[in-house]
Write a protein that binds this ligand. Structure first.
Ligand SMILES: Cc1cc2nc3c(=O)[nH]c(=O)nc-3n(C[C@H](O)[C@H](O)[C@H](O)COP(=O)(O)OP(=O)(O)OC[C@H]3O[C@@H](n4cnc5c(N)ncnc54)[C@H](O)[C@@H]3O)c2cc1C
Length: 301
C-alpha cells in the first residue's frame, strides 16, 4: 500500500475514534455539509424521504441509524429508533428494512442484553413484514453476533447478518450460518482481521469470489455488499436476478445506476442520524479522494 495512503488512513481512523472532536464537528454547519454526500440527514423523516426518492429511481434501501458503541439509556434509544424507523417505512409504503449494529444496542452489557434489544427490533420488523440485517463488526464480537442471530432465526424471525471475506474463519462461519438458514450479506470486511486475515487485497477478492459461490449454492437470500464492479461482473451470470447488489449511499452512484440498468436488484445502504462523524471518516479512510468532497464543502463549491 502507498505509504501516504496508509498514513492518512491511520490518521482518519484515529480521528474517527476521537469523540470530543467529533461532537464539535457534528455541531458545525460546515461539518454537516461535508458529509451530506454519505449521510441521508439527521432525522427519521429525512431518512424516509431519501428512501422514497431512491425507490422512485428504482432502488431498494436499508436504513441505518448511525451510532457507535452504546449501552444503557443510549442503547435503549437506539433500539426505539430502529423500531420507529421500521414503522415509518411501512407507513410510507416502503419495504421496511433496517441495518443495526450490536455494539449500538449494548453488546458491551452482555450477549443477553443485546439479544433482548435485538428481539424488540426484529419483533417490530415481523409485525410490518420487514427485515433486520445485523452488521458484522470487529473480530472479537463475531461469536456473540452469530449466537444471537442463529437464536433469533431459530424463532423464525426476519433477521440476517453479514459475512466478512477478509477473515479465514468466514469459510466455517458460512457453513454454520447457512445450515441455520441465516440470510447473509457478503462484504470484503471493514475491520482489522488480525491474525485470522486471509492476506492482501487480492487474497480478499479471491476469498470473496469463493464465498459467493458457496453462498449461491446454499440457496438462501443473498446480498453482495461491494462497490467492486469486477467482482459483480464476474458473479453476474449466476447472481443477477438471484442475489441483490448492495452499495453504500453516496459511494459509486455511477455503478449503482449501471447495475440497475443491467437488471440487478440494487439496495442502497443509507445511514442517517446526527452521529455521523466516525462513519464519514471511515469512508474517507477507504478512499482518500473522498477528502476532496469535505474540503470543497469547507471552502465553498
Ligand atoms: C452495503 C454494504 C454493507 C456493508 N456492511 C459491512 C458490515 O456489516 N461489516 C463490515 O465489516 N463491512 C461492511 N461493509 C464495508 C465493506 O466491508 C468494505 O469495507 C467496503 O465496501 C469497501 O470494499 P469494496 O467491496 O467496495 O471494495 P474495494 O476494493 O474497497 O472498492 C471497490 C471500488 O469501489 C471504490 N470504493 C470503495 N469504497 C469507496 C468509498 N468509500 N468511496 C468511494 N469509492 C469507494 C474503490 O475506489 C474501488 O474502485 C459494507 C459495505 C457495503 C457496500
Amino acid at each position: 500500500m502507498n505509504p501516504i495512503f496508509s498514513a492518512s488512513r491511520w490518521v482518519l481512523l484515529r480521528m474517527s475514534r476521537a469523540g470530543s472532536l467529533g461532537h464539535l464537528v457534528e455541531r458545525t454547519a460546515w461539518g454537516r455539509r461535508s458529509v451530506q454526500r454519505f449521510v441521508a440527514g439527521d432525522t427519521i423523516a429525512a431518512a424516509v424521504a431519501s428512501a422514497e426518492e431512491m425507490k422512485q429511481r428504482g432502488f431498494l434501501v436499508t436504513l441505518d441509524r448511525l451510532g457507535e458503541a452504546s449501552s444503557g439509556a443510549r442503547a435503549d434509544a437506539y433500539m426505539r429508533d430502529a423500531v420507529e424507523l421500521l414503522r415509518a417505512q411501512a407507513v410510507a409504503g416502503l419495504e421496511p428494512n433496517v441495518s443495526v449494529k450490536l455494539t449500538a444496542i449494548g453488546l458491551a452489557e452482555g450477549t443477553d442484553v443485546a439479544a433482548r434489544r435485538l428481539d424488540e427490533i426484529v419483533g417490530a420488523a415481523q409485525s410490518v413484514r420487514g427485515f433486520v440485517r445485523v452488521d458484522a463488526e470487529h473480530a472479537a464480537s463475531l461469536d456473540q453476533l452469530h449466537e444471537i442471530v442463529i437464536a433469533a432465526r431459530a424463532k423464525g424471525l426476519p433477521v440476517g447478518t453479514v459475512l466478512q471475506a477478509n477473515m479465514q474463519r468466514s469459510v466455517r462461519d458460512a457453513a454454520r450460518l447457512t445450515a441455520a438458514g441465516v440470510p447473509l450479506r457478503l462484504v470484503k470486511g471493514a475491520y482489522d482481521p488480525g491474525a485470522d486475515g486471509v492476506g492482501d487485497m487480492r487474497a480478499v477478492d479471491a476469498a470473496y469470489l469463493q464465498l459467493a459461490e458457496v453462498l449461491l449454492n446454499a440457496g438462501l437470500p443473498l446480498a453482495l455488499g461491494t462497490h467492486d464492479d469486477a467482482i459483480l461482473d464476474a458473479l453476474a451470470p449466476r447472481a443477477r436476478g438471484v442475489a441483490e447488489a448492495q452499495l453504500l449511499f453516496g459511494v459509486r452512484s455511477d455503478l449503482a445506476g449501471r447495475l440497475r440498468t443491467d437488471g440487478w436488484r440494487v439496495r442502497i445502504y443509507t445511514p442517517y442520524g446526527p452521529d455521523w462523524w466516525p462513519y464519514a471518516l471511515r469512508r474517507m479512510a477507504e478512499r482518500p479522494a473522498n477528502l476532496r468532497f469535505v474540503l470543497r464543502s469547507l471552502f465553498g463549491r
